[in-house]
Design a protein around this ligand. Sequence first.
Ligand code: SAH
Length: 359
Amino acid sequence: MSQPLLGLGLKALEAWAQEHGQAAFRGRQLHDWLYAKGARQLADVSVLPKGFREQMAAQPPEGALDWMGRSRELHRSVARDGTTKLLLGTHDGLSIETVGIPAEGRLTVCVSSQVGCPMACRFCATGKGGLQRSLAVHEIVDQVLSVREVMEQRPSHVVFMGMGEPLLNIEAVLAAIDCLCTDLGMAQRQITVSTVGVPRTLPRLAELALERLGRAQFTLAVSLHAPDQRLREELIPTAHAYPIEDLLEDCRRYVAITGRRVSFEYILLGGLNDQPRHAVALAQLLRGFQSHVNLIPYNPIAEEEFQRPTPAAVDGFRRALQDRHVAVSVRASRGLDADAACGQLRRRLEGSLEPVLAR
Ligand code: SAH
């Protein structure tokens, strides 16, 4: 096994130590240094024999520069409200965004599941650059550790709402959730997986979650964004291959398998999908569905002409849903001055970071 150690549990670390001629208790030490202490390099794990550390440094793992599997911080952007966006560098010279969002009594980490994204949603900055590759489990867990280190606070919540489409990387996403819960002591209920919908993957996610995690208690958030197929396709080109009725049917199957409510995200684009008639149609569409709708006012990105919704439109939309007994909340825009929209920081810095990334 020559994958990096981050992401492995205690048993696997003990096995790794033994495979490399060390006593099993070295695995426990590694676990402590990886997860509790947040060591960045195997060379820093001073309790391990120096000869062993040198021997392992000479044969690095696949997919990382060092056995610990940590990224490099390339850039940090801190908003006035404390929201901290990190640009992290991977071993192969790519970069991903991770955001730490502090709020009273909690710290939410918004993690990426892929480098770039193939879904090409029109309002999303990440979608403009296409997909480079999916992230490995250590690269997902690393983001949570990086935010913990930079913000000097234990993350309480993790949302898969950064770059990428988590349902195109299910195995690594579930392995990362397992690690966050088992090795970092988080609760599945504090974790949210957000998807724009990939045909035939939702029931699979539910079944694999039960198989791998024993239970599926994380929240599934589905990016709906429109109350009908025509408008949805306009905003989300990939929706063409996934009729909205099929997506909702898959959501119902997900609920049946996991017993968890699904939440729907709905981006509000000024004048486009934020009118009262859209709210009425949305309430109609979700009738009888145990769900929660999260309204997200659009964060403007450089490449598109979409408008932010007016505060009155946001409020009107929320009330129209409430009046029809749909559970609804409005996402507070956080850290607008830290390039809040998904993928924006990386796009802004792409040019200027090339010399750093090439190193
Ligand atoms: N691919 C997944 C997860 C990443 S995006 C998904 O689509 O759900 C996380 C959320 O941010 C999605 O609901 C997405 O539609 C939303 N989002 C993307 N760009 C945005 C923007 N410019 N303003 C507001 N929300 C945006």
